[in-house]
Design a protein around this ligand. Structure first.
Ligand SMILES: [Zn+2]
Length: 286
């Protein structure tokens, strides 16, 4: 494991033609990215694909979310006792398909889509890493489906958990609303098998019962493998209180840190500081 004092988003040379990026933390995370006035939108070309990082909202993760962190770990969060974070979504334009990875809380997805001049009808697939509200809120406008045509893909294990366990159902009424709004456009997949558009779904359960990491080409969509980069990139054994099964969450975190590092994957994280991309994970973990 490499010790790094500062967390930096570095875009690999293999990512070509960055066209527009802006971060709320420009000085700290933005050094290599050209800024513009678009705000919360970062587009880049990866081979023949276009990848657009979208920021639903900027936020921080407080120290209290990490009750097992010791004082040395918490020094990383000084002076404010909080880590910089974000709520990110990723739109991949690949072989004529528009694929959205997670839908955020619903704060600004529609606004970002409008700025990009992409209508909700244009989205073919929404790949859901898990069913927490900050990843599915943007699927709805009011109680209606925001995406009139898209298939919504979520793991079988995740869907089953949140639609059959009465306590989970009670705690997360959004799932029932999404079920009503999208009905038979909700599709389930099994781990380890191709899903659609060359995307494979990998078992990352622990954070939630069916939490998923998506792999497509060299991209690894991390979902909520980690919440506070400042703390957890160096300490994968540390859980946020959001992790529902801590032991499994730690196992998944270590496994995917190894996988990303050893296979030179470009990591897309839903709560990494915007734009949420780590192109060389071996900087942090090897
Ligand atoms: Zn989340």
């Amino acid at each position: 494991m490499k010790q790094t004092s500062t967390y930096l988003v570095v875009i690999l040379l293999t990512i070509l033609g960055i066209t527009s990026c802006q971060s709320n933390q420009q000085e700290k995370y933005q050094a290599e990215l050209p800024s513009d006035t678009t705000g919360g939108i970062c587009s880049m070309t990866i081979g023949h694909w276009e990848l657009i990082a979208l920021q639903d909202a900027h936020f921080t993760m407080k120290a209290s979310l990490f009750p097992d962190a010791d004082s040395i770990m918490l020094q990383k969060m000084e002076p404010a006792k909080e880590a910089d974070a974000s709520c990110n979504m990723f739109l991949l334009k690949k072989e004529g398909k528009n694929i959205l990875f997670d839908a955020g809380c619903g704060y600004s997805l529609a606004d970002k889509m409008e700025k990009l001049n992409i209508s909700p009808e244009a989205i073919d697939y929404v790949m859901i890493t898990h069913l927490h509200g900050d990843h599915i809120g943007g699927l709805l406008q009011g109680d209606s489906a925001y995406f009139p045509r898209a298939e919504i893909w979520v793991s079988e294990a995740e869907w089953r958990a949140w639609t059959t366990d009465s306590l989970l159902q009670q705690n997360n009424p959004l799932v029932a609303k999404i079920q009503t709004a999208y009905q038979n456009r909700i599709q389930n997949f099994e781990f380890g098998k191709p899903v659609v558009a060359g995307i494979t779904a990998l078992n990352a359960s622990g954070h939630t019962p069916g939490h998923t990491v998506f792999e497509v080409g060299n991209l690894l969509v991390f979902g909520d493998i980690l919440h506070a980069a400042d703390l957890q990139l160096e300490n994968p054994f540390l859980c946020a209180t959001y992790d529902m099964d801590k032991v499994k969450a730690i196992n998944a975190r270590v496994m995917f840190y190894n996988y990303a590092s050893q296979n030179s994957k470009i990591v897309l994280g839903m709560h990494l500081p915007f734009p949420g991309i780590i192109s060389d994970f071996s900087q942090y973990w090897e």
